[in-house]
Design a protein around this ligand. Structure first.
Ligand code: 5AD
Ligand code: SF4
Length: 449
């Protein structure tokens, strides 16, 4: 690999939008840059390279990225050697390369979602000849998985681990299958090897990542590589650590997986299970392949086998054809399930998806619905938080609290954030914390022996 010999002082800044997958891919980009002799800076004026890792799941994420890419143009005047890189989901949309060529010609490198491993060669070319822009977008649906990735993880406690890439589900609102391609699973061997190495390095919580982890292995067609088998194998690795995973699609969440979580040693009692809508009519239009009854049956199975399980979800309002009674079905789900928290979104029209051609709901209706939904979920979160008061839970300390010197914060196994008095040296350790007080989603406590 090309190493910049006299570039020890070169600095990079990465700006990340979107989901955990993107956060982890930024760690991989950082790994490549660190190997090339670059070092991280938070100050973009100091940077020799600024990388935008973009998201296009909703229009506001995209507009924010475009705005910020526009805002660094002036930095090129101060530092003509500044290299600007744009990668991630936005770059893979149809016609996007033309937009960059025409509207953002000062962007030096554009990398598609499967071209991250080309960052070093693209950068080498641009450094040798700054006039030669590099647009590396992958038209291929099923590129090979690259296994020699260098990852620069910034947390010493929590690590992300990709188990698969892409999505086959084609929910009618969603751009992800178009920009990330079809499902491709890593081999169990590769995942287990990386997992063991993370445990050995001292990571205490490892989150398995995939757009739909429950369909892990379907594309490998070897009859052995399933999500249940993977979880069982990983759970056997010795050490004191936790395993989380996301995201589960309700249609594929099997009893076998629920049993493995219930009986596992390291598996967190936590499931993120996006329902999107509580209305069967809307679910069908969304192409979600389950009904509200089926979803509630999955929730009942989780609660029966893992009574202390933290359950969270994604909810969407304002999807085409959503009427007041459909929306009330979603509210009803929030009341019935008792999510510890929920990510709530207003449907955002994405060009190229089926729902973009359907009649759209007026913005004021969507806004009204989301406010009512958030209110509903906040009340539920508050109620559930109260139930934790007086109990003691094991917490993995993740960080110090910037605004509260002398305090640290961490998560319970079921995924709730707890703040308490403690030394910074506790970060990365498991401690028992008694919950004294709660305030909406936040829990406050004290360390007990
Ligand atoms: N508009 C709004 N929300 C969306 N999501 C996915 N696509 C869209 C869209 N077009 C939400 C879904 C998904 C989460 C990651 O983002 O709720 O679960
Ligand atoms: Fe998008 Fe649906 Fe795939 Fe999730 S499962 S990434 S919402 S298409």
């Amino acid at each position: 690999m090309y190493i910049i010999r006299d570039a020890m002082e070169k600095k990079y800044k990465i700006i990340t939008y979107g989901c955990q997958m993107n956060i982890h891919e930024s760690e991989k980009a950082a790994g490549i840059l660190e190997d090339m002799g670059y070092r991280e800076t938070q100050d973009e004026k100091q940077a020799d390279l600024i990388l935008f890792n973009t998201c296009c799941i909703r229009d506001n994420a995209e507009q924010k990225a475009f705005g910020n890419i526009g805002a660094v143009k002036h930095l090129k005047k101060i530092n003509p050697n500044l290299v600007i890189v744009v990668m991630g989901c936005m770059t893979q949309q149809k016609g996007e390369t033309t937009i960059f060529k025409e509207k953002y010609p000062y962007v030096d490198i554009v990398l598609g979602t499967n071209n991250l491993n080309m960052l070093d060669t693209a950068l080498t070319k641009v450094l040798a000849n700054p006039k030669r822009k590099q647009y590396l977008i992958d038209p291929n649906d099923r590129p090979e998985i690259i296994e020699d990735e260098r990852v620069y993880r910034t947390s010493g406690t929590n690590a992300w681990l990709n188990i698969m890439y892409g999505c086959n589900n084609f929910c009618t609102y969603c751009i992800v299958p178009y920009v990330r391609g079809r499902e491709r699973s890593r081999s169990m061997e590769a995942i287990i090897a990386e997992f063991k190495s993370l445990v050995k390095q001292g990571y205490k919580e490892i989150t398995l990542l995939g757009q739909n982890v429950n369909s892990y292995g379907n594309d490998l067609k070897d009859g052995k590589s399933t999500f249940a088998a993977l979880l069982s194998e990983l759970d056997k690795v010795e050490g004191k650590y936790r395993i989380r995973f996301m995201t589960s699609h309700p249609k594929d969440l099997s009893d076998e997986v629920i049993d493995i979580i219930a009986n596992g040693t390291h598996l967190c009692h936590y499931i993120h299970l996006p329902i999107q809508s509580g209305s069967n009519k809307v679910l069908q239009k969304m192409n979600r392949h389950y009904t509200r009854e089926y979803y509630l049956d999955r929730i009942a199975a989780i609660k029966a086998k893992i009574p202390d399980c933290g359950i969270t979800t994604d909810l969407m309002v304002g999807f085409p054809y959503e009427e007041e009674e459909d929306f009330m079905d979603t509210v009803d789900i929030v009341r019935k399930v008792g999510y510890s928290s929920a990510f709530t979104f207003i449907y955002s029209m994405r060009q190229g998806t089926p729902a973009a051609t359907w009649p759209q709901i007026p913005e004021e209706v969507s806004k009204d619905r989301i406010m009512r939904l958030i209110k509903e979920q906040n009340a539920m979160t508050k109620k559930l938080s109260k139930e934790y008061e007086g109990n003691t839970y094991e917490v993995l300390v993740e960080d110090t609290v910037e605004k509260k010197p002398g305090y640290v914060c961490g998560r319970t196994d079921f995924g709730r954030l707890v703040t308490f008095e403690g030394e910074p040296s506790l970060v990365g350790q498991f401690v028992n914390v008694k919950i004294n007080r709660s305030q909406s989603a936040s829990l406050f406590g004290e360390i007990v022996k």
